[in-house]
Every structure is written in structure tokens, then in C-alpha cells.
Design a protein around this ligand. Structure first.
Ligand code: GTP
Ligand code: MG
Length: 332
């Protein structure tokens, strides 16, 4: 299939071309390879914001308020709603799309939902490709929303420059609901629903949690000598009311502050390295699995190994090593 027409339309900012290309890359990894290869040079301009929070913490309300502010600033926004726990893009996400529809008519807001339909190469790979499409489409800011429960979300958030976690006043179930791996990569904690009792208590609970936490994602070894005197980032905490947009000024300042930190500290280059490495690993996993499956189903020698394994003269680890050798990947 020839994608060049869709791609030239995408680069002109045509939303229908963006939607079609996303469908192609979601359903067909060979299409993804071809499309990403063509648009890669046009990516790298968008700021990527990861947002997560337990169900009901107010993610949709929060993101709607954020979109409104960014649109008023003249920005073009992409939103990718990822739900790894769902095999369909239905339910809550559909409801959200309807609620967000007030922004839908705007040319500068593009919303896409993704669920785990067993995308070839995984959800993180597919999400990274969708980010690139929206980046080439001309989005200034791309928001990735996840529900914060799946392991794949930690991988997905490796694509984000700034990670925001929403929590709410109350018993702390929301903290427990979020995967610890996500807590460790959070740059800004937001206590949403600050109008409800207990918001300040929640802020101090987060502060306490951060005191005990050691493995934050920025390490001084990430900072090159040139920047050695720059302080590392300490996760910021703020509170907002997403329903009425209260305290979003401060929130936007914190996002800006984090963005400046990444650039001024030199950590941004580390982020880029991590992102590309992570992405390449996702792609390699898929390609290698495919190659191995091909070998397993077609190669006669492997049939012999399998028989040997059944007869216990070869164990599965040794068989895996033999396959690595057949693929020409063995260590010298
Ligand atoms: N009082 C108060 N309620 C809020 C605030 N933000 C959101 N809500 C309410 O909280 C409820 C859940 O909000 P959503 O935005 O749907 O939350 P969500 O995290 O997207 O929920 P799921 O999509 O189900 O995971 C709704 O009834 C919102 O009106 C806030 O700042 N204050
Ligand atoms: Mg929602």
C-alpha cells in the first residue's frame, strides 16, 4: 500500500489523514515500519505529558481543563487515552470522548483512544508510534492518559518528558492503586478535588512518601560535568480543583519548571536516550519473537531439539542457547 498521500496530508495538518495513519499502524506492524520511516524526520517538536490516576480521581475533568487552557494559548493538542486493561475502546473512554466532545470540533484538539487488542509489538510500541504521528501532525503538546494500573504503562511513560499523577483527598487507596513503578517516575503530584476536605493532609502524605523513596528516576550520573552544579529534580506537589480550574496557574508553572529543568540540567539528552532505547527494545522483542517463531515452525533441526527436550537429553535453556546460535546472536 502507498501511504505517501496520507503522509503528505498529515504533514499539512489534516486530521483525517492522522486518524487513518493511526489505524494503519495499530493494525499492521509492517505499515507502522513504513510510515514511521517516512515521518521520523518530522517528529521531535511535541512536548509529551503523561497523566495517570486511579479511577475516579478526575483525570478526564483535569485533562479537559488543561486542554481548554492550552487551546486558549493557541496550542495544538493531541490526547492519547490508553487503557491496557480493556480489550475494547469502549466504556469509560467512550463516555469521556462524548464529554470531551465540546473540544472535538476544534481543529487543534485531536483525541484518540487505545486499548489492549494485542497490538503486534505491544501497547507501548503502538503508543509510541501514535505519538510520532501526532507529533508530525503538528501537535505542540501530546497528553498520554493511562489508568495507572498496568505494567505496560510504565513503559508507555518512558516516552513522556513530564509525568503527572493525580491523587485525591481521602484514605490513600488512590496511592495504593497506582503501580509503584509509576510513582517512581512521577515528576509532579497533583491532589485533585482540593475543594474536598483532607487535601492538605494528602499533600503531607505525599511528602512523607517521597521522603522514604530513594530510587527517583534522575540520578546524578545522568548529569554531565558541564551541568554538575545543577540541583536534581525533587518531585513537586500541588493541588487543584479541576471542575472550576482553580490553581491551574501554579500547575502550568510547575510543568514549565520541569520542562526548563530537563533542558537546563542536560537530563533531556538522557530522556531521549532512554526513550529511543526503550522503543527499540519493544520493536526488537517483536522482531526477534517473530524470527524465533518462524524458526520453531519451519526448521527441521529445531524439531530434533524439541524431540531431545522431550526425551530429557536437552533442557529448554540449552535449546534456547542453540536457537540464539542459529540466529547468529551468540556471544563470542
Ligand atoms: N469536587 C470535585 N469533583 C471533581 C473534581 N474533578 C473531578 N471531579 C468529579 O469526580 C468525578 C470523576 O471525574 P472523572 O474526570 O470522570 O474522573 P476519571 O479519573 O476520568 O475517572 P475514570 O475515567 O472513571 O477513571 C466526576 O464526578 C467529576 O465531576 C474536583 O476538582 N472537585
Ligand atoms: Mg476518565
Amino acid at each position: 500500500m502507498d501511504y505517501s498521500n496520507f503522509i503528505s496530508q498529515l504533514l499539512k495538518g489534516n486530521p483525517r489523514a492522522a486518524a487513518r495513519l493511526i489505524t494503519f499502524i495499530e493494525n499492521d506492524i509492517d505499515a507502522a515500519e513504513e510510515i514511521i520511516n517516512s515521518i521520523y524526520g518530522h517528529t521531535g517538536n511535541a512536548y509529551i505529558l503523561g497523566i495517570t490516576g486511579a479511577p475516579g480521581t478526575g483525570k478526564s475533568t483535569f485533562i479537559s481543563t488543561l486542554i481548554k487552557i492550552y487551546v486558549e494559548q493557541g496550542k495544538k493538542i493531541g490526547i492519547i487515552c490508553v487503557d491496557p486493561s480493556s480489550p475494547l475502546t469502549g466504556g469509560a473512554l467512550l463516555g469521556d470522548r462524548i464529554r470531551m466532545k465540546q473540544y472535538f470540533s476544534l481543529d487543534n484538539v485531536f483525541i484518540r483512544s487505545m486499548a489492549n487488542r494485542g497490538q503486534l509489538g505491544g501497547l507501548a510500541r503502538a503508543t509510541e508510534d501514535v505519538i510520532k504521528i501526532l507529533d508530525a501532525y503538528g501537535c505542540d503538546i501530546i497528553i498520554i492518559e493511562t489508568v495507572g494500573v498496568g505494567q505496560s504503562e510504565v513503559d508507555i511513560f518512558k516516552s513522556a518528558q513530564t509525568v503527572v499523577v493525580l491523587l485525591v483527598p481521602g484514605l490513600g487507596d488512590d496511592i495504593q492503586a497506582i503501580k509503584s513503578g509509576i510513582m517512581e517516575i512521577t515528576d509532579i503530584f497533583v491532589v485533585n478535588k482540593m475543594d474536598l476536605p483532607g487535601a492538605d493532609k494528602k499533600v503531607s502524605e505525599i511528602m512523607q512518601m517521597l521522603e522514604f523513596r530513594k530510587n527517583y528516576k534522575y540520578d546524578s550520573k545522568d548529569i554531565s560535568e558541564k551541568y554538575a552544579k545543577i540541583e536534581l529534580w525533587t518531585p513537586e506537589i500541588t493541588k487543584v480543583n479541576s471542575k472550576i480550574g482553580e490553581n491551574f496557574d501554579e500547575l502550568l508553572e510547575l510543568i514549565q519548571k520541569h520542562k526548563s529543568f530537563l533542558e537546563e540540567s542536560g537530563v533531556i539528552s538522557n530522556y531521549m536516550k532512554n526513550r529511543i532505547t526503550n522503543e527499540t527494545i519493544q520493536i526488537l522483542k517483536h522482531k526477534l519473537t517473530e524470527k524465533v517463531e518462524e524458526l520453531l515452525s519451519s526448521d527441521k533441526e529445531i524439531g530434533k531439539y524439541i524431540d531431545q527436550a522431550i526425551q530429557k537429553s536437552l533442557d529448554p535453556y540449552s535449546m534456547a542457547n542453540l536457537i540464539i546460535k542459529m540466529l547468529g546472536l551468540e556471544k563470542e
